[in-house]
Design a binder for this molecule. Structure first.
Ligand code: KG4
Ligand code: ZN
Length: 335
């Protein structure tokens, strides 16, 4: 049995979690609100906010788990990718704990952790987890990938975005509609009340890769053209515009996922990352899976957006294989 304390600080969430084997004992997330008024994450402010939050966040995770530091077998942290100043806070904190407690330090890659969130087990083991190899569509604010997960330690990227990430497409579209950051969840909310009556083009991108920059431009022109004849166009059509944008982003994602399954012959299929919290994507993914005979998996909501539970489970598998990092390990903004 192994107990891992994990810290995630790659962007604007300060998070800590404790797992015992594949079960989460606690999963604490503090979302930094300071960025809202700037319409996006301000890196300098994020680092400072992590420093303020990290001690209380870790203390809360320990309390909820009913653990003391002496119970922890290893300390995991997000090493990459992310904002470098933010990563440094979590890395420094995890290293200090590992040094003080004389326990191993484990470096985790954030995108891999999003995928492995699908393997987290509920306390009563009531949830199904995917069998290997499985495919995962990982959709977040910074990345969009299709991955084959051969084992918890061997993940192979077989497709990715050539420009914007899916979450970025949601957030930039929301910004054009005058919605606050992060706009993804708001598009989701308005889309639920609307119908996808407006049509946006689907890009023709080779292989299993994605592109969202063309859609971004199409939305920009669409809004500009309609506003010329009706300045209230957005306000009057918000639900349908959001439903149409969301519909297109989802179809781009699921078409490639379907191709990936056909090409690899893999029918164990997962989604992960912040955008997998999107209700439309979840619904359409499950419906497609049912139609094609897939076994489909979506992590519980709290493990979709950035969290430390996913870092903990990724750290747990490394712990099992004694994959530890020296104390001079440095974080990296890129993978
Ligand atoms: O994985 P995540 O929390 O952070 C990164 O690693 O980037 O993903 C954040 C992204 C943001 O772009 C946010 O707008 C998007 O996930 N997101 C959503 C929803 N919830 C979060 N996008 C669409 N619908 C949602 N419900
Ligand atoms: Zn993420």
């Amino acid at each position: 049995m192994a107990t891992i304390l994990a810290i995630e600080s790659s962007c604007d969430e300060t998070a800590a979690a404790i797992c015992r084997d594949e079960v989460m004992l606690s999963n604490t997330v503090f979302s930094q609100l300071i960025h809202k008024k700037y319409g996006g994450v301000v890196p300098e402010l994020a680092s400072r906010a992590h420093l303020e939050a990290i001690v209380p966040v870790v203390a809360q995770a320990m309390e909820e788990a009913g653990c003391s530091m002496a119970d922890i077998d290893a300390f995991a942290f997000t090493q990459s990718p992310g904002l470098i100043g933010s990563l440094l806070v979590g890395a420094g904190f995890a290293k200090s704990l590992a040094l003080a407690m004389d326990k191993p330090l484990i470096a985790v890659q954030h995108m891999e952790a999003h995928v492995l969130a699908n393997l987290i087990r509920k306390k009563d083991a009531s949830n199904k987890v995917p069998e290997f190899p499985f495919l995962c569509l990982t959709v977040s604010g910074g990345h969009t990938q299709i991955v084959i997960c051969h084992s918890p330690l061997r993940l192979e990227v077989i497709g990715q975005t050539l420009d914007d990430a899916a979450g970025e497409a949601f957030d930039k579209a929301a910004k054009m509609l005058g919605l606050p950051y992060p706009g993804g969840p708001l598009i989701d909310k308005y889309a639920a009340e609307g119908t996808p009556v407006f049509s946006f083009p689907e890009p023709k991108i080779p292989e299993l890769n994605f592109s969202f920059s063309g859609l971004k431009t199409a939305i920009l022109y669409f809004i500009r053209d309609h506003q010329k004849s009706n300045p209230d166009f957005i306000r009057e059509n918000m639900n349908d515009i959001c439903a149409s944008i969301q519909h297109r982003i989802i179809s781009i994602l699921l078409d490639k996922l379907q191709s990936a399954s056909a090409q690899t012959g893999i029918h164990e299929i997962c989604i992960a990352g912040g955008v997998s919290a999107n209700k439309g994507l979840r619904r359409d993914f499950l419906a497609l899976g049912q139609k094609l005979g897939w076994h489909t998996y979506i992590p519980p909501f709290e493990y979709c957006t950035d969290n430390a539970g996913m870092i903990a489970i990724a750290g747990y598998y490394k712990f099992l294989h004694h994959i530890f990092s020296p104390l001079d390990t440095v974080p990296s903004a890129r993978v």
